[in-house]
Unconditional design. Sequence first.
Length: 149
Amino acid sequence: MRAYKVYAIKNGTVIDHIPQGRAFKVIDVLDLEEEKGIVTCGMNFESKRLGKKDVVKIENKELEPKEVNAITIVAPTATLNIIRNFKVAKKIKVKVPKVIEEIVECNNPNCITRNEKVPTKFYPISGHPLEIKCHYCERTISYEEITLL
């Protein structure tokens, strides 16, 4: 087995236990391409829980609740580690919120959110795999069909 060195960050957020192949979706949903600080992406690490996992480190940034909710949609097994002075100050297991607002697009072309400036709103029906229901048109959307705004 080969050992890999991933340097520690002094302050920021480590998003761990991202399902394999989903790191770029996390980077996309958090719009980290525009981040001024260092963003580190690691893929295909060994994981007892997932088999393989991805990891994203964001230096000098703690995530807002809306950002955490967005991660839940693309990486429901993720764990957030808030790092302060090189130590884990807080560990958060993401969970699907009771209401998902302004993160997901409704895939019903006739939904009011697609034709008027009405913010999207969904309710989770199941968590594994994630399935959500539109507040307005009541369309059910499976995990595979979810499109982020």
